[in-house]
Design a protein around this ligand. Structure first.
Ligand code: NDP
Length: 445
């Protein structure tokens, strides 16, 4: 890969000493954009690739809070402000016990390209904590969020840095975080997105990432002369992205055959019904239940299993977490008949899994493009708050659809063909990179 690039990228990457996740994300991009840099002396002179490797700043802090038993708990908090060259830093907060600085570096880097592709005026960042909301009481989650914001508030601002949700950070957490921000600063300026409606949230934001992923998959199918109608759709995860991907896939005539959580997967012999999906949304979002306890007609539970080899399918939407589709999983998806993969999660497919898809001529939509609907819609929430207005859900979803179609077109415009198939991964990296690079050149040093 980078070894075939005449512009030296490999040693630059080594110099940054990225962790394994960040390295994987950088190398993927380096491979895609090498020809763009090789052919552009201006980008070389301005050292745009190098300048994108190191974030503007990394903020790391201690979060101390009191649990229900009266004990003091101490966790890490981070905010990585990667680049504001295209707009205020923008990207979610993740609360999960496995979060490390490496996780957040990789996510912030991916966010640069994704946000650029949306065409909206947003820069890139990411943050979070190793705090685990799972199994905590509502009051504990609230006290943690308040403690997290006690530090974070001094670093963010409506035109500076606007965080949102991610794994473990949904409407409840955003409500507590934003509530604390309002109390500390006296400002109600929409400094977070994904807010509950009463706090200035946007109708349609909850659905946006999952709906956007399905829209992107549908555009890929359309470009190949097909449609979502009648397709068997495998989905992983049962959180925000997965649940709404399932909703739109079903609305488009698709048949959802799997869902999962970190305990295991469920398969649906004849596809999930709309009643079952409605129950699952309530079960996951309100009752915060585990899939092993979700029972229904035509469903089977598979403990500790990923969905990929469980049933036959046409489309796969990995919507849970990073690196959840490895080489063997990719082989299983191919064996099960999958022809289209669109990433609802960030980097769920490993480099080796992507190589299998390329080799077998599977259409592959990378997360940078396929899940960009969430952040694009967050930007609409910023517009709504800044103009002190109230958008309708129809307006949001129509604009979201337009953004996803446009991202698909950008990918097509930049993508080479590999084995007769559009290489969306390369298309997305190049599309995002050129926008960032032009802005960095324009900014000077
Ligand atoms: P949620 O926390 O709402 O849901 C995450 C889902 O993934 C849960 O079902 C969770 O199961 C499962 N999961 C998490 N970690 C693992 C793991 N290690 N192994 C197996 N399953 C796991 O998060 P979101 O739906 O918001 O995010 C999902 C993905 O989409 C992430 O990669 C995120 O970065 C990406 N994304 C999210 C956006 C958004 O707007 N929310 C925007 C763009 C990308 P359990 O409950 O058991 O942990």
């Amino acid at each position: 890969m980078t070894s075939t690039c005449s512009y030296e990228l490999g040693s630059l990457i080594d110099a940054v000493k990225p962790g394994p996740l960040y390295r994987a994300a950088i190398e993927e991009v380096a491979e895609s954009i090498c020809p763009v840099i090789e052919n552009n002396k201006v980008y070389q002179k301005a050292r745009v690739f190098e300048r994108l490797l190191i974030p503007d700043r990394v903020i790391r802090f201690r979060v101390e809070w009191v649990n229900d038993a009266g004990g003091v708990e101490v966790d890490f908090g981070w905010r990585i402000e990667h680049t504001n060259v295209l707009g205020p830093y923008k990207g979610g907060l993740r609360f999960h016990p496995e979060v490390t600085e490496d996780t957040l570096h990789f996510l912030a880097y991916e966010q640069c390209f994704k946000n650029a592709l949306t065409g909206q005026p947003i820069g890139a960042g990411k943050g979070g904590s190793n705090f685990d909301p799972k199994g905590k009481s509502d009051n504990e989650v609230m006290r943690f969020c308040q403690a997290f914001m006690r530090e974070l508030h001094r670093h963010i601002g409506a035109s500076v840095d606007v965080p949102a949700g991610d794994i473990g950070v949904g409407g409840r957490e955003i409500g507590y975080l934003y509530g604390q921000y309002m109390k500390i600063t006296k400002r109600r300026d929409g400094v977070m997105t994904g807010k509950p409606l009463g706090l200035g949230g946007l109708l349609g934001r909850n659905e946006a990432t999952g709906y956007g992923t399905v829209t992107f998959a549908e555009e890929m199918l359309k470009h190949a002369g097909d449609s979502m109608d009648g397709k068997r759709v495998m989905i992983s995860g049962s959180g925000n992205v997965a649940l709404y991907a399932a909703e739109l896939a079903m609305e488009k005539g698709g048949c959802v055959v799997t869902m999962s959580d970190s305990g295991g997967s469920v398969s649906f012999s004849k596809g999930m019904t709309s009643e079952q999906l409605e129950e699952l949304i309530e079960f996951k979002e309100v009752e915060r239940g585990r899939l092993k306890d979700f029972k229904g007609k035509g469903m089977s539970y598979h403990p500790e299993a990923r969905p990929w080899s469980l049933v036959d399918a046409d489309v796969a939407l990995p919507c849970a977490t990073q690196l959840e589709v490895e080489k063997d999983d990719a082989g299983a998806l191919v064996d099960r008949g999958v022809k289209v993969v669109a990433e609802g999660a960030n980097m769920p497919c490993t480099h080796q899994a992507r190589a299998v898809f390329h080799k077998k001529g599977i259409l592959f939509g990378p997360g940078k493009a396929a899940n960009a609907g969430g952040v694009a819609t967050s930007c609409f929430e910023m517009h709504q708050n800044a103009s002190h207005s109230a958008w309708t859900k129809e307006r949001t979803l129509e604009k979201l659809h337009g953004v996803m179609v446009d991202i698909h077109e950008q990918c097509i415009a930049q993508a080479p063909m590999v084995n007769g198939v559009v290489d969306y991964g390369v298309g997305a990296d190049r599309g995002g990179f050129v926008k960032l690079a032009d802005a960095i050149v324009a900014m000077g040093v």
